[in-house]
Design a protein around this ligand. Sequence first.
Ligand SMILES: [Zn+2]
Length: 689
Amino acid sequence: MSFVSFWVYSQNTPSQTYADFLSATARLQFQNDSENVTGEISFDVQITSTTDSLFVDAKSLKEHEVFLNGNLVKSDYNGERILLHSRFRESDTINLRIKFTSEPKKAMYFIDATGDGSWNQIWTQGQGKYTSNWLPSIDDMNDKMLWNLQITAPDHLTSLSNGVLTQKKELDNVIQWNYSMDQPMSSYLVAIVIGEYDSYKLFSETGVPIELYYYKGEKNKALATYKKTKEIFDFLEREIGYPYPWQVYRQVPVKDFLYSGMENTGLTVYSDSFFNDEIGSNDRSYVTVNAHEMAHQWFGNLVTETESQHHWLHEGFATYFSMLAEQYLYGDNHFLNLLYTKAENLVEQSRTGKSTELLNPGSSSLTFYDHGAWALHALKVKVGDKAFKTIIRHYLTTNAYDNVTTFDFLEKVTEITGLDLLDFRERWLLNKSFPAKEALQILRSYPEMEEFFQLKARSISNFNESFTSFKEVANERDNIPALIEMIQQLTLHDDIRKYDLIKKVSNYDLLEVNRAIVLSTQQINDYNRSVIQTLIDEPSYVTRESAMFLLWQDTKNKKELLLDLKSRWDTLSPELNMSWLVLALSTPEFTNAEKQLYLSLLRDYTDSKHSMITRQAAFDYLIQLDIMSEENYRDLIASCFHHVWRFYKTSREHLRTGFKTETGREIIKNLMTEMSDTDQLKVERVLSQ
Ligand SMILES: [Zn+2]
């Protein structure tokens, strides 16, 4: 495809070409006992060519009134858009104000964490183009405007939005929070979070305020979760070479989030499954999500795709810059391993015929994120580090606060390097499958990788053939991916010399390596017992859980072991605690009274106050052991209609499994008699799937 036709192909057609929405000022009220949004939004609109009508996207409106330049006017509403008929003259600036009540079905979520029937947390998810589900606005990403949001909510809660907090007013039982921005953005990036939070503040090297939010009383988790935030921020500013484009940066965890994180402008919202204490953060690190969403503040928020065909300009770039941040934090071997793993997944996707070209708007996340990141890396290898940095800086400077296509980016590359890029485009952007050969060539150009590939090739050799290279790898404390690969390969061999290798590398005191050792151990024997015993106190709940299970299987004094572990560990993750309870229930030496207590503690984990991961693990255990109580089934049925797809899908599978057991069937049928006809029908539908 030639350059010119490529450009025509990606031209953008905004949905409302005759009007430019300049600014939006919203005033919104939230009440504890309601899941409605009440308020008004006022737009200043520049008419760019004379027209007879204007529209505003608005879904789920219960009621609304429209004012044009202060006067109440008639409008049409079709459930999707408010349509306004009038004579709008070119170059006029008008004010459009909409008073409304909306009842959002999606994009805004009211979370009832305590199960008392009223929400205690609200968060929004605007991508893609969903903000109009709760707030009348312009869905089109190409109409960027200045946003000012005022939120009024109960006074025990903190309300957050995009931009700087200009005023916080305490009124009767409520607080009014006023946020304002000084640069424009697309409406999918508008966000609101309301909840019980505390926060602390840092400043970047360049003086940007970074506000870090956490659930009240959980400062220890905040310090662990946000440990790398400032380092990543400073790194990205330096690496990207364009100053952070917004006035403030906030990060806030929310409950039952749809994804890992979302890069709302200046306000990253992320799943609280990444909000963990020091040990939990070792198992489930926030670093990748942290860096990814932060990189979007430039790639996606400052320069925004015109349409989803160019989605890699968001996701590929954010993924690549987060990989670079991880390289900065954890070293070259870690970075190369990321490249390698992503290539492996992409090759697998190609093999199964699910690959698409990177510029196909229907591409998978894997393609947009990881193929996109790889394309950038290939480009960087091609043009060199220095030119790459110049390209990025110029690309952002030229298109700041505007919309972009792939062409805009490639144009910069050509401008700065003089390369025509025909080859690059064919291979990385328009190729239907992942260019595995080129990727392998790039990987092989790193000496560290060559050794890793040699080790990989060993996986089919016998132990004697591999022993020398195993010994070499075991000497390299710094090459964590190679050490882990070796540990995994050792599981295929019976030779007892492998235990010396394992012992040796376990002495390096590397968290990931020690976790791999425990996870790859099937059973304890006289050669590995001492290693597993020393790893029981590792600062990793995952390692502790597996080591506990291995030692429990191995020992005759099971009760003693469990009580000893419980007393020496200061903190347990919910998952580790559940695992402990399940083992205790299977330990004959505990009394019936003790077991009754443990069972009730285990059953408590299905309560909606816990995270989805915890609840899911609890259902796994309880269903498997067939010890679900009526309360557990009540929680499970509620989970079947949760807003997160992954969670309701597995919950529905659990419900069907439970229904096949005698007690399960009886409890479910009993619970259904208490339900409304509609709810009964919904449950029946799940059971019959
Ligand atoms: Zn992203």
